[in-house]
Design a protein around this ligand. Structure first.
Ligand SMILES: C[S@@+](CC[C@H](N)C(=O)[O-])C[C@H]1O[C@@H](n2cnc3c(N)ncnc32)[C@H](O)[C@@H]1O
Length: 206
């Protein structure tokens, strides 16, 4: 095994959110980032219909499923298949966010626009920061574009953004579309990582 991989595995074993996710039965430590955002910003209510883009392995899906309750619905989309979560209010679709038929395929499952769109999308990392950043910002811009067709007026959004050249541009774009926008770094997000989340409420439409 590569030294760097061994070190990563050792660090992960000591990571409090990794330990907690195992104990509490969440699919990923990322669950706690969404939990912290939802606790503070109250974006999701019982009965809501929520779209989670880039949902595998399913940690955010579990948190969103709890937040919408039995009367709500969560649709998760990822290029990777999500192993069955056993949640009655949750459906998953294997789909690329750049697929031309994305909107139709998702609406076919939800039968309705969404109260909230969540995106934790990350590209496969090349290790070249400029390239990874550009790819991730392209995903963020795609999610913003999709909100035009998928989000209800008054709806909310949480989008992961990699800090860098394009992050101010996407912040400004989201600010024009929502009445409330905030850059958030939840406690569970690793200090050294360049990610932050845009939390947006009260969608005005395009
Ligand atoms: C950080 S992970 C998401 C973790 C998830 N929020 C959780 O809590 O389990 C990012 C996901 O984005 C997905 N992804 C990357 N490119 C994608 C694309 N073009 N379309 C759909 N999903 C994509 C990856 O497959 C990966 O599962």
């Amino acid at each position: 095994m590569l030294k760097s991989k061994r070190r990563w595995l050792q660090e992960r074993k000591r990571d409090p959110y990794f330990i907690l996710s195992k104990k509490e039965g969440y699919r990923s430590r990322a669950s706690y980032k969404l939990k912290q955002i939802l606790d503070e910003y109250k974006l999701i209510r019982t009965g809501d219909i929520v779209l989670d883009i880039g949902c595998a392995p399913g940690g955010w899906l579990q948190v969103a499923s709890e937040a919408v309750g039995e009367t709500g619905l969560v649709i998760g989309v990822d290029v990777k298949k999500v192993e069955n979560l056993g949640l009655e209010n949750t459906k998953t679709i294997v789909l690329n966010v750049f697929d031309e038929g994305f909107v139709e395929k998702v609406l076919k499952e939800s039968k309705s626009r969404f109260d909230a769109i969540l995106s934790d999308l990350s590209p496969n990392m090349s290790g070249i920061y400029e390239l990874d950043h550009a790819r991730q910002i392209e995903m963020v811009e795609r999610v913003i574009q999709l909100s035009k067709y998928l989000l209800k007026i008054g709806g909310s959004m949480v989008i992961k953004v990699f800090e860098g050249e394009g992050s101010d541009r996407v912040y400004k774009r989201v600010s024009r579309l929502f009445r409330f926008v905030k850059r958030v770094k939840p406690k569970a997000s690793r200090k050294g990582s360049s990610e932050f989340y845009l939390v947006a409420k009260f969608f005005k439409g395009f």
